[in-house]
Ligand binder design. Structure first.
Ligand code: HEM
Length: 394
């Protein structure tokens, strides 16, 4: 269940909420026998996220499949280190690092990218329309989701001069290495790929401009600059890529919503929020109990891994009127926890929303006129959806 948790929630409208089937808090053993406490309800997930004294973020980036010595040696050979910087940093340096990242992603800087992105998406949609008119299929993930968030991020935060495909490969390798059930051979291959990219980042951290320069100027040591960039290159683009594909796929099955978008009776922003609630790209996020405590009546020992089911929280009947139905603007639609909550709440939420709103607005007519040839597939993963190709035809 832990590695395909999105399948636990029904996708068909009116199928009844899957969350009601689950206890509020449940112990689940993973593939290597480690026990996690899965938290399924909105109120409890929120309580954990907003109580950093009891539930620390230290384990947020821990590998769910422990790394064997061979993989650790490969990482060490690349001088790979990931000190706490952002998501896994419960220490005193967190607010300062977060503030610098937030400056780079300030809403006015994000808004300034909107027209550029809209023009790019419009050109791509026109090319896709032409291909679809010939009767040929198109891959909407490759054409409209995979690279766009990285291109926008590169304009906001100076990034190392690496080809888009190299960054995408590194980011997906990272999500697999840290959050997937793996065998030792695969771990070594992924460690080599992640280690190679980390080396490139280390060079950039000492010479690069933009955010790297701002972090250096604030006195952060090179390891911290690398760690922050490493996280941002994954969290700041792969998540949104995944969300764009999840949302486009969902919308091909929501013709009434697409019609509402076209006649103006449905707001794009409401579609994005409902998408985040029902199809979050990050399905779970972790915390670690710092002390012995109780949660939802269950005893929790210090050191326990807490898996917060963000996708489940979005479908909690206690917070939203029609938990499993895609109804933009319905009561509770915006109360999802797709971006987390509290001191570590996603700092790129406005950027992700702008990107999703732009893509939805520009692609709605195209989505209304296609049928799905091959839905995206999702590999086993504790946290990320990671869709692959999404093929459609007119
Ligand atoms: C749909 C897209 C996205 C989703 C669903 C998402 C979700 C999340 C979640 C669940 C967290 C953990 C929150 C917590 O612990 O309470 C997080 C943290 C973070 N996200 Fe996002 N994110 C997205 C896009 C982005 C983008 C575009 C950026 C930046 C360009 C970004 C940067 C970050 C950073 C820096 C953190 C760590 C914040 C901290 O620890 O202070 N994310 N995100």
């Amino acid at each position: 269940m832990l590695f395909r948790s999105w399948e636990q929630a029904p996708t068909a409208a009116g199928a009844g909420s899957g969350i009601a089937r689950w206890p509020e808090v449940v112990r689940v053993a993973d593939h290597v026998g480690v026990e996690h406490l899965l938290v399924t309800r909105h109120a409890l997930v929120r309580r954990v996220l907003t109580d950093p004294a009891t539930y620390r973020p230290d384990n947020a980036l821990d590998a769910v499949t422990p790394m064997p010595v061979a993989a650790l040696r490969i990482l060490a050979a690349h001088r790979f280190r990931l000190p706490p910087t952002l998501a896994n940093n419960g220490g005193a340096s967190h607010p300062g690092i977060r503030a610098l990242v937030a400056d780079a992603l300030h809403p006015t800087r994000v808004a300034a990218q909107r027209d550029w992105l809209a023009a790019l998406v419009r050109r791509r949609v026109a090319a896709l329309d032409a291909t679809l008119a010939t009767g040929a299929p198109v891959d909407l993930h490759a054409a409209l989701a995979a690279d766009l968030p990285l291109r926008v991020l590169a304009r906001l935060v100076e990034l190392p001069d690496a080809p888009v495909s190299a960054v995408k490969d590194f980011a997906r390798a990272t999500l697999e290495l840290f959050w997937a059930p793996l065998d030792a051979g695969r771990q070594q291959a992924l460690a080599a790929e992640v280690g190679r990219f980390h080396r490139l980042l280390r060079e950039f951290a000492t010479t690069g401009g933009g955010l790297a320069a701002a972090l250096r100027a604030a006195g952060h040591p090179p390891d911290v600059v690398v760690g922050a960039l490493f996280f941002l290159l994954v969290a700041g683009q792969e998540t949104t890529s995944q969300f764009l594909t999840l949302l486009m796929h969902r919308l091909t099955g929501e013709q009434a919503v697409l019609a509402g978008l076209r006649d103006g009776s449905v707001a794009v922003a409401d579609v994005v929020e409902e998408g985040l609630r029902l199809e979050p790209p990050i399905v779970t996020w972790r915390r670690m109990a710092a002390v012995d405590t109780t949660l939802g009546g269950t005893a929790v020992a210090a050191g326990t891994s807490i898996v917060l089911w963000l996708a489940g929280a979005g479908r909690d009947p206690a917070t939203v009127d029609s938990p499993d139905e895609f109804r933009p603007g319905q009561r509770g639609s915006r109360r999802h926890l797709a971006f987390g909550a509290g001191a570590h709440r996603c700092v790129g939420d406005q950027l992700a929303r702008m990107e999703a709103a732009t893509v939805v607005a520009e692609t709605a007519p195209l989505l209304a006129g296609v049928r799905v040839l091959r839905p995206p597939r999702y590999p086993d993963n504790l946290t990320f959806r990671m869709p692959d190709a999404f093929l459609v035809r007119r």
